[in-house]
Design a protein around this ligand. Structure first.
Ligand SMILES: *Cc1c(COP(=O)(O)O)cnc(C)c1O
Length: 489
């Protein structure tokens, strides 16, 4: 990768060098009130067509995605998504439809939603699912509104607290707060699971529910899961399962069987839509039968003349998004499920778990796992000792990985692990790739001992190496500063 800065497209332009010359129009001009009319022409860069093409190709080469190399972003399942599923979702029968079309003209689309619901309910152990939520956090919030509606329908207004373990994804406490709950933090035990005594002490008549992901964000499956959901149920609360990342257990273990009442999935992680990049997502919320009255609507149902839209019931929490959610993302998930089939879904999960354990064991002598137990889809190592003894941090190692042609893993998360690096190789990496990664990490470790300063200067192969993370997030400069000479009159 070149380390030279790419000038902004505004800095490249030359006056008079545009690519399109429109013919003079014979139509009368529009009358625009002077107060609304521009006083000067918009300042657009003027470039030739090939300059524009080269500019964007150069930017594209600076991006690093799953097509470029190893991409181990844990807790996110930034995995490779088969192209076939994009082709299926691009079929005109799915794209050339309007949400207000009469149901009898879009029977295939309704059937796709029904089939996806059946399969994903089968995978999660739920009885019904709404595809309206557009993202994981949106699905969480929807699920919490279902829980709230349930307690309200039983005349129970004292249940104001949501229990959330300290290893939870950050969206869990945020969604609970958005849904009007007070968040109660439950600490982890020494094995990285939920501390049962702390849970028992916290659960009571003010408990609305528990939000949990299992395997948790440490990549560990909680062996006490049945007891955890029992404790919450005995206290009268409901159990919410964060299924954003289902990569370890899909087709193998079902949240419904673990005692969960509500689940959300991120189709844009596990089920073949890329996560990140700002594209549309889908965070369907699944629920057990007793919560059905509160479902957002309308929902597709079998009618006398085929599939039809059934409006939401009187007790529904109402719509959480326009129409039926991001439908084409659901189509991609359905294509993925059909191509994998009943055998392929658990096999993909098994490979994801095997790959994570393989890589964890290959590097454990250099980068020890935070919890020394078999992991699920991801594992977290701690570099606290390396930092203490050699002054090389998790950040330094992550930056060195960029120079080695790999995307850095998730860093400093979850917060309960010091100097954390979290790896999620996913099911599609080969053993050869994992061996290359382990060798590259061993090389970085050797460098950390031999020449820590060199590592602290990484990356050397990128135009920008160590931006001020906090300033970049809190005060981003995303606007081109117009030179004074070009200021508006
Ligand atoms: C990604 C993720 C979420 C949030 O999903 P978004 O679509 O980003 O809102 C929630 N929980 C877990 C465990 C996740 O990995």
């Amino acid at each position: 990768m070149s380390t030279a800065q790419i000038p902004l497209i505004f800095e490249r332009g030359q006056a008079g060098r545009s690519q399109s010359r429109l013919p003079v129009s014979g139509a009368p001009g529009a009358e625009i009130p002077p107060a609304l009319a521009r006083r000067c022409a918009p300042r657009l860069p003027q470039l030739s067509e090939v300059e524009v093409a080269r500019h964007y190709s150069a930017l594209e080469r600076r991006a690093f995605g799953v097509n470029n190399g190893f991409y181990p972003l844990g807790s996110c399942t930034m995995k490779y998504n088969p192209r076939l599923n994009e082709d299926v979702a691009a079929l005109p029968g799915f794209t050339q439809v309007h949400p207000l079309q009469p149901a009898h003209t879009v029977q295939g689309c309704l059937a796709a939603l029904r089939q996806a619901e059946t399969m994903l309910c089968d995978i999660t152990g739920m009885d019904a699912m709404t595809f309206q939520p557009a993202a994981g956090a949106h699905g969480e919030w929807t699920g919490l509104l279902l829980i709230k509606a349930y307690h309200r329908a039983r005349g129970n207004s004292a249940r104001t607290k949501m229990l959330v373990p300290d290893s939870a994804h950050g969206t869990n406490p945020a969604s609970a707060a958005m849904a009007g709950y007070t968040v109660v933090n439950i600490p982890s035990n020494a094995q990285g699971g939920v501390d049962l005594d702390a849970l028992r002490a916290a659960a009571g008549p003010d408990t609305a529910g528990l939000m949990l992901t299992n395997p948790n964000t440490l990549g560990l499956f909680d062996p006490n899961i049945q007891e955890i959901t029992d404790i919450v149920h005995s206290a009268g609360g409901l159990c919410y399962y964060d299924g954003a990342n289902l990569n370890a257990i899909m087709g193998v273990a079902r949240p419904g069987d673990m005692g969960f009442d509500v689940v959300h999935l991120n189709l844009h992680k596990t089920f073949s839509t890329p996560h990140g990049g700002g594209g549309p997502g889908s965070g369907p919320t699944g629920l057990k039968n007793f919560l059905r009255p509160y479902l957002p609507g309308p929902i597709p149902v079998e009618g006398p003349d085929g599939l039809a839209w059934q409006p939401a019931g009187a007790e529904s929490i109402g719509r959480v998004k326009g129409f039926y959610g991001n439908f084409l993302v659901v189509v991609k998930a359905l294509a993925y499920l059909y191509t994998l089939g009943r055998e392929g879904v658990p096999q993909a999960a098994a490979h994801a778990v095997l790959n994570a354990n393989y890589l964890m064991r290959r590097i454990a002598h250099l980068f020890p796992p935070a919890y020394d137990a078999p992991c699920m889809h991801e594992f977290v190592c701690t570099l606290a000792q390396l930092k203490k003894e050699h002054g090389v941090s998790a950040m330094d190692v992550a930056k060195a990985m960029i120079d080695a042609g790999m995307h850095p893993p998730t860093m400093y998360f979850p917060l309960i692990v010091h100097e954390a690096l979290m790896f999620e190789p996913t099911e599609t990496e080969t053993r050869e790739t994992l061996d290359e990664v382990a060798d590259a990490l061993a090389h970085i470790h050797a460098q950390a001992l031999a020449d820590p300063n060199a590592l602290r200067a990484a990356p050397r192969t990128t135009p920008i190496g160590r931006p001020d993370d906090v300033a970049a997030a809190r005060a981003p400069r995303v606007r081109y500063p117009r030179p004074e000479s070009e200021a508006r009159p």
